[in-house]
Design a protein around this ligand. Sequence first.
Ligand code: UD1
Ligand code: PEP
Length: 436
Amino acid sequence: MDKIIVHGGQPLSGTVHIEGAKNAVLPIQAASILASTGELILTNVPALSDVFLMNKVLSFLNINVDFDRDVKSVTFNATKPLGTEAPFEYVSKMRASMVVMGPLLARAGRARVAMPGGCAIGSRPIDLHLKGFEALGATIEQHDGYIEARADHLTGANIYLDFPSVGATENIMMAATLATGTTLIENVAREPEIVDLANVLNKMGAKVFGAGTETIRIEGVPSLHGCEHSVVQDRIEAGTFMVAAAITHGNVLIADAIPEHNKPLLSKLAEMGVDIREEANGLRIIGPETLKPANVKTAPHPGFPTDMQPQVSVLQLMADGTSTLTETVFENRFNHLDELRRMNAQFTIEGRTVALQGPTSFNGAEVAATDLRAAAALVLAGLVANGYTTVTNLKYLDRGYCDFHEKLAALGAEIERVDAEIDLEAVIADRELKVM
Ligand SMILES: CC(=O)N[C@H]1[C@@H](OP(=O)(O)OP(=O)(O)OC[C@H]2O[C@@H](n3ccc(=O)[nH]c3=O)[C@H](O)[C@@H]2O)O[C@H](CO)[C@@H](O)[C@@H]1O
Ligand SMILES: C=C(OP(=O)(O)O)C(=O)O
């Protein structure tokens, strides 16, 4: 496995292009199950390990999947009879493979999916998904580490989610597209990725109304067909580069960023003294000399995204004073802080809130990613650290960031990705030779 080596201290400048969103493309890939005629053709698909894994799950279900990496496009053909089982081998590697359950149940009347475990950021139960399927008329059984849902046919129902879960909203919404009658789901997730999924389903012939609001209504239809769709931009990747520009006193145009999707982050950046300029083709982020402290609390959309919490903790640690950060969505999403402590971060955690003391003079160190956004946060800290930072466990980074180090290098960062076996000293010696 590779590692990233960053030599901190370079201000970033230039333009960075944002990929299609991981959290939009994964459920949309799963939606291909619903197309009993025609092909689903997706463009703006990011080349991420999660995307490849979801393609493997779909191939296992007997769907033809053709990924053309050069043009970032995937074509799905689900017209053959489908398999109905997503095995442990896949689900254990990626929880998001759970979203095949709703469409499989709707299309094939049966879905057997390995029980997803927890992960580094929390226990992540799926009770809301299952309650939704039951309300639509499915019977659920759990044995031998698998969850099995069955229904001869699904019938529309009124469903209230105790929490606006993204995955449960997607799974139930997809199941309901082929149910008989009307389904009303209340207290649903309102993330831009939910809206993107609803847009695809409607292009496929579904009747989904209200995505992006607290209530989604679905009028069931007998069948769905293929269509073409370009995946929405990744607001979390965009936000990560915004933080990179802000902490390095940089001047970076985040091309194709969608300001409405990043409102909570942009509002915090402005509060902290970052200069934000809306331009014709994106958002320009100019980092100030001194960042002001600000308090952040994560919440479901349109609240501050938990997927930006680790990255924003680095921003807060760079601010001139103490900031608080409260995580309300996941019960264990502060793992990156222990690694940042090894780089000289000072903080105190009390329950779900951490008080971060800035300004931090980060020191380079060898640190290990514990999850996807932790990996990004550690690279960000490396960009402003004194000396060299080595970030290991890049399998997490590759789940959600495409060409991350190349994009940072193109903005002026001194960053390389090398084989884990290569010594830091050898990388430094090589770099000094190149500079001479
Ligand atoms: C692939 C994808 O889109 N992943 C995103 C999705 O994950 P995911 O869909 O798993 O997140 P959810 O919105 O479902 O989870 C949010 C919270 O609800 C809890 N919960 C969820 C379902 C359930 O049945 N019961 C339950 O208690 C979870 O444990 C968690 O504490 O939304 C999260 C919250 O914005 C993001 O961090 C993830 O990046
Ligand atoms: C937590 C995340 O993803 P997942 O739900 O796929 O683990 C994330 O994207 O930060």
